[in-house]
Design a protein around this ligand. Structure first.
Ligand code: IMP
Length: 437
């Protein structure tokens, strides 16, 4: 067997969806292990765009089974509508194809109401969440009051539990958050009934399936959502999501051990973006930032918000390589940099005049760091037709090889466009190349 973890090495939106679609062409299983429908993965195949939030990005390959692990929080309405859209374009979405772990937690309308009410209350200090109820659902998981997929099998028991929960959540919304938002029994129970009716056939035991797949020497891709710097514990707290987004989360999110992983692929853009609030040392609030946003189509898949754009940050990337144990990097959207006269990579942070050895822990410190840059000549050529490393202009090759050297990690894949075929391998790409054949 051979297994590959694909994780975001920046603040999310690195292009993991395209990579996972590409890398699952010969995979048996693809598994989501954390996050929920705050993720938005975009696939472009034969001119057709598919946007996924919950279903793993391997769904377009008919031979790949798509699993949603216990570490995911799922919005059943979103999952059902995504399945409907895929079925409409002829994709097989039956229970043999899509399996939802029995221990994954269900996002309910009160989680979304609390997420939004909290953001409203935070005012200018808001985190900028996607408002999809992700944080409140993980909170309920941690305090042992959440609803797991398996509970859809015993609606009588769930009814009793939810009667109490809805009352408590409405009280919390009214009195603590001083919000007008309230949820009704019918609204919540309607979601539960539809989920029970439609999703119960998809319930499964992902940990056991994974164990059996490993014994049968199957090829497995673990698909991360969000990015390393949004990790709940190691990211730029508090401006982070509420799950662990790093490769270690594969183990808890799927119920497997560390030896289930053969290669960890970190996905990073050739520049940086961030959506939502929080420190961003290399942010470009100028014409170059606007150029990257327009040319790179940097608008959120889930919320449509414009993404903040900036230079590649090698300090943050070194941290990502370490936190994930990244074996190789996939650098995406290199084509977007064509036409920028001078490029920069941040190689150090300085705080109060001193060089710091890692991303600071406190957001206020990260807000205050002064980035030190290395400047590169840019290139004019359009890269979207490049298919081999030597098709890239010398300046682009130099940019990538220096980046790899500074970060201390080989580059295995370079992506120069949204389509599957706009992907090329570098000399560090042997594992990935073998994974595809
Ligand atoms: P939440 O995950 O909705 O709670 O949002 C917390 C933070 O993570 C916000 O800054 C979001 O913009 C960000 N975030 C969540 N999911 C994604 C993603 O898939 N891509 C990029 N940013 C994300």
């Amino acid at each position: 067997m051979s297994s590959l973890v694909v994780v975001g090495a920046q603040w999310g939106d690195e292009g993991k969806g395209k990579l996972v679609d590409y890398l699952t062409s010969n995979a048996d299983l693809v598994i989501r292990f954390q996050g929920g429908n705050n993720a938005g993965h975009t696939l472009n195949v034969d001119g057709v765009e598919t946007k996924l939030r919950l279903i793993p990005s391997g769904i377009l390959h008919d031979g790949t089974q798509c699993l949603i692990g216990a570490g995911v929080v799922f919005n059943s309405e979103v999952l059902l509508s995504e399945m409907g859209q895929l079925a409409d374009v002829g994709k097989k979405v039956d229970p043999s194809r899509i399996v939802l772990d029995r221990d994954a937690h269900l996002i309910l309308p009160y989680h979304e109401a609390i997420d939004m009410a909290r953001e409203e209350r935070r005012g200018k200090d808001k985190i900028g969440t996607t408002g999809r109820g992700i944080g409140p659902t993980y909170e309920d998981r941690a305090n042992r009051s959440g609803v797991r997929a398996a509970e859809l099998l015993k609606l009588d028991e769930l009814r009793v539990k939810l009667e109490k929960t809805i009352e408590e959540k409405n009280l919390y919304l009214r009195t603590v958050l001083e919000s007008e938002r309230q949820v009704t029994w019918d609204e919540v129970w309607g979601v539960v009934e539809r989920a029970a009716e439609r999703l119960v056939p998809h319930l499964g035991n992902v940990s056991l399936m994974l164990h059996e797949a490993r014994l049968a020497e199957k090829r497995i891709v673990f698909e991360g959502a969000q990015g390393t710097l949004l990790d709940q514990m190691h990211g730029t707290v508090p401006f982070v999501t509420s799950s662990n987004t790093i490769s270690g989360a594969v183990l808890t999110g799927c119920g497997t051990g560390p030896r289930s992983i053969d290669h960890i692929l970190g996905v990073a853009k050739a520049y940086c973006t961030r959506v939502g609030s929080g420190p961003f040392p290399t942010e470009l609030e100028d014409a170059t930032g606007d150029f990257l946003r327009e040319k790179g189509g940097e608008f959120g898949t889930v919320t449509g918000r414009p993404r903040r754009c900036g230079w590649f940050d090698a300090v943050a990337m070194k941290r990502a390589v370490r936190l994930n144990g990244i074996d190789s990097l996939a650098i995406t959207k290199l084509d977007v940099l064509s036409g920028v006269e001078k490029l920069q990579i941040c190689i150090n942070y300085h705080l109060n005049g001193e060089k710091v050895d890692d991303v600071p822990s406190l957001a206020s410190d990260l807000e205050s760091v002064e980035p030190e840059y290395l400047t590169f000549d840019g290139w004019e050529a359009d890269l979207t037709q490049a298919r081999k490393w030597h098709h890239l202009p010398q300046e682009a090759r130099f940019y990538l090889s220096t980046l790899s050297e500074i970060v201390g990690c080989p580059i295995s894949v370079v992506s120069v466009g949204p389509e599957r075929q706009s992907t090329l391998f570098s000399s560090g790409g042997n594992f990935i190349r073998n994974f595809l054949v």
